[in-house]
Design a protein around this ligand. Structure first.
Ligand SMILES: *Cc1c(COP(=O)(O)O)cnc(C)c1O
Length: 368
């Protein structure tokens, strides 16, 4: 039994000296927040890296999504999926909108585009799909439906930093996309987030909403919030962005090692990356079929935990089963999401996870 604990993720950080050098100018300028030079430099670098037209930075991904829904002045019902992090649904509800849950595709775990139209009513105003685990949604099909019914599309791209399809960045689809730069994500600013969009009018509204709705010194036009990214967050982002290629390459090596051990094993299902997609290797989800394996996801979770390896049942429970939603919703309405949520485990994955540990994790899974 190994004593060192392995968690599902471990935040990537630059060398301390690099960060200290990056923040030195803040100690000269005394500009700590409110869209200072670090903020502007990071916004510019991210526009290039993500290959998007426009970006607004935020204190975190959740506020980015919430204020984006508010910037689009939406009202009524929003079609989304329950196989996601709490933030997606909470942002919808906290914006005064009603989530309507669509089931997911059994292979990509993103919204099942064949089930969207049946959920559209005269109250539907938008679709909020999630690029789960960095797997891109069927953006073309979603686009067609949105055009046909005149709906807005806002992607939760929290998992999709750096992902591209045919060279097109994940932040270029729909009306807007939200990225999270939380400590646990592929790219972090400690806490942080962004909205990418092509219509500059959305940006004007977002800039206003993230700063209390203050338009200028004597005009407060909107009931905004405080969701600005500060200079120390931006400095962390500037450092981490310099190393992003190495970060993703190391993650790929870990994923390749998992794949080598677990691919084509009876009862074990892995995600496949389409050949036209450049992935970010954000997560390594595995779905265990107890009828073929003779043991459940929970058995495997426990076997790993006994060896101080802490995988995550990510995403379990489904959003409809949360205490705060269970009186209004049932996860029985999305059977594929329910099936996956009961069988999925995301395995430990971070840039510096030693490959020998991946070997050991796979041995435990295959023996369990
Ligand atoms: C991380 C995450 C968020 C929220 O981002 P924060 O930066 O933590 O606020 C939203 N949606 C999904 C799917 C996430 O994984």
């Amino acid at each position: 039994m190994s004593n060192n604990k392995i968690y599902v993720t471990r935040s990537s950080m630059p060398d301390m000296s690099e960060y200290v050098e990056e923040i030195a100018s803040i100690f000269q300028s005394h500009l700590l927040t409110n869209m200072g030079p670090k903020h502007d430099e990071l916004a510019s670098n991210l526009t290039d890296y993500l290959e998007v037209e426009h970006i607004s930075l935020f204190s975190n991904g959740h506020m980015a999504l919430e204020l984006c829904l508010q910037a689009l002045s939406l009202q009524g019902e929003v079609i989304t999926t329950p196989f996601t992090f709490a933030s997606t649904t909470h942002a919808i509800v906290r914006s005064g909108l009603t989530p309507v849950f669509c089931d997911i595709d059994p292979d990509t775990y993103t919204i099942d585009v064949n089930k969207i139209e049946a959920l559209i009513t005269d109250k539907t105003c938008a679709i909020v799909p999630v690029h789960v685990y960095g797997n891109l949604c069927d953006t073309e099909a979603i686009d067609k439906i949105a055009k046909k019914y005149n709906l807005k599309v806002i992607y939760d791209a929290a998992h999709a930093f750096g992902v591209k399809r045919n060279g097109v960045g994940a932040g270029s689809f729909g009306d807007a996309s939200m990225f999270s730069f939380h400590a646990t994500k592929v790219f972090n600013t400690v806490e942080g987030g962004a909205v990418c969009y092509s219509n500059p009018a959305i940006g004007d509204k977002l800039h206003c909403l993230r700063n209390f709705g203050i338009l200028d010194q004597e005009t407060v036009s909107d009931v905004g919030a405080n969701a600005k990214m500060n200079e120390f967050q931006a400095a962390m982002g500037l450092c981490n962005l310099r190393h992003i290629e190495e970060e993703i390459a190391k993650r790929k090596a870990v994923c390749d090692r998992y794949r080598k051990h677990l691919e084509n094993k009876e009862g074990i299902k892995l995600c496949t990356i389409p050949s036209d997609v450049t992935h970010n290797y954000a997560y390594f989800p595995v779905v265990f079929d107890e009828t073929k394996l003779g043991k459940t996801r929970n058995d495997i979770f426990t076997s790993l935990a006994k060896e101080n390896i802490f995988a995550r049942k990510y995403f379990y429970p489904l959003v409809q089963d949360y205490d705060c939603y269970k009186d209004r919703y049932s996860s029985d309405s999305t059977p594929t999401a329910k099936y996956i949520a009961n069988r999925v485990l995301t395995l430990p994955l971070y840039a510096d996870l030693p490959l020998e540990e991946v070997d050991r994790i796979c041995r435990i899974i295959l023996q369990a």
